[in-house]
Design a protein around this ligand. Structure first.
Ligand SMILES: *Cc1c(COP(=O)(O)O)cnc(C)c1O
Length: 380
């Protein structure tokens, strides 16, 4: 928290706006639209809810197909299942770790051939890095299929000067506790389509018809954001830029200290993009570094430092067994390689230099002890 949140929460209490609507919700929506440069925003209870609403608005239903990035958190794809539709997973490419335009093109060509174009494409901006939006947009526009941009991890990032989340028909942000700014739990659906946003508000408040009595002609959800949590969001948004600066500094320090080690490669930042560096991630080439991912993770765990592998690709998840998957090339699955070799390092905005140096030294130690051991073995 920044310390300014309490002011907005107190306002909500003083005016008794303790409900899933109110002045903080309206203001938070407006402030987000100003920040990212979109026409409208709908504040909801989670990023997952925002993706679900976007699919409803695009009329995704039973039997439909939806293309989705494979290397992501499961919430990118679960709403496809809520709608009874079928996810088709698209691999990453190595420059951004995000959706491979090459694989996407192949998926579209095959879908076109059998007359089964997807209803939507969910494009994820992993760990704050924008996908190759120009290439992806051009393919989707060619087939006239709308994009839902899952920008849950990339609020504050830009692609060619334009805010992440504003490239699709719909953009999605998350304010879950682990994201770059938080409302404890919450999300935002953004769009330039004000008719769709009006319908999103309707669906998110139990689809109540405009009648004095309670009348419903369709099924909706209870998905709106509470006015108290929106107050937290308003204060958080004020410090978003500062957060991005902090996270980028954390990345810089890791990069300076670790990038010389043979076999360690940091997640790239595509030219003309600015990543919010939500998480600093790197891959380890075990032959070059002579240390395994497991050994590095274990060295960190032994020091009580939490680090994690990158997301397990969705096409490898037991729950999506049998789902269709398009790899980057015939013989190259980038998301699987990243999963095998990737590590996410502690990247919290409040990480101190001292703590970060402890993490860095622990990784250096893991690499050194291994190379020494192997040198000895070689000499013998
Ligand atoms: C966090 C996250 C979501 C879901 O957001 P919630 O607010 O937790 O529902 C969706 N997609 C990605 C890529 C995420 O990281």
């Amino acid at each position: 928290m920044s310390g300014k949140e309490q002011k907005y929460i107190d306002e909500a209490f003083k005016t008794n706006w303790v409900a899933p609507l109110g002045p903080n919700v309206d203001a938070f929506e407006k402030e987000i639209t100003h920040f990212v440069g979109a026409n409208e925003a709908v504040a909801v209870s989670s990023g997952t809810a925002a993706i679900h609403l976007a699919l409803c608005l695009l009329d995704v239903k039973k039997g439909d197909k939806v293309f989705c990035s494979s290397l992501t958190f499961i919430a990118s794809a679960t709403p496809i299942i809520y709608q009874g539709a079928e996810p088709v997973f698209i691999d990453s490419e190595p420059d951004t770790w995000n959706m491979s335009p090459q694989a996407l093109e192949k998926a579209f060509k095959e879908a076109w051939h059998v007359g089964e174009l997807p209803k939507a494409v969910i494009v994820v901006n992993l760990y704050g890095q924008s996908a190759k939006m120009d290439e992806i947009l051009s393919i989707c526009n060619h087939y006239n299929v709308p994009i839902i941009e899952d920008a849950a991890e990339s609020l504050g990032s830009t692609y060619k000067g334009k805010a992440s989340g504003t490239f699709g028909q719909f953009g999605v942000f998350s304010f879950n506790g682990n994201k770059i700014i938080t409302t404890s739990g919450g999300g935002m659906l953004i769009s330039n389509d004000s008719v769709a946003c009006k319908k999103a508000r309707f669906l998110a408040t139990q689809a109540r018809d405009p009648a004095p009595h309670y009348q419903h002609s369709s099924i909706g959800y209870n998905y709106r954001m509470s006015n108290i949590l929106a107050g937290i969001g308003r204060a958080q948004l004020e410090i978003l830029e500062e957060r991005v600066k902090n996270r980028r500094l954390i990345f810089e320090r890791y990069f300076q200290e670790l990038s010389q080690i043979p076999g360690i490669y940091f997640m790239p930042e595509l030219e003309n993009t600015r990543s919010n560096r939500w998480l600093t991630s790197l891959t380890i080439n075990e032959t070059e570094s002579q240390v395994t991912v497991e050994e590095v993770l274990k060295a960190l765990t032994d020091e009580n430092i939490e680090a994690r592998p990158v997301w397990k690709p969705l096409h490898m998840q037991p729950v999506f067994k049998g789902a269709k998957y398009y790899p980057h090339t015939e013989c190259e699955s980038i998301s699987e390689q990243l999963f095998k070799t990737g590590i996410c390092l502690p990247s919290g905005s409040n990480l101190s230099v001292k703590d970060q140096m402890r993490i860095i030294n622990c990784i250096k130690g893991a690499v050194n002890s291994n190379t020494k051991e192997r040198d000895v073995i070689r000499i013998i």
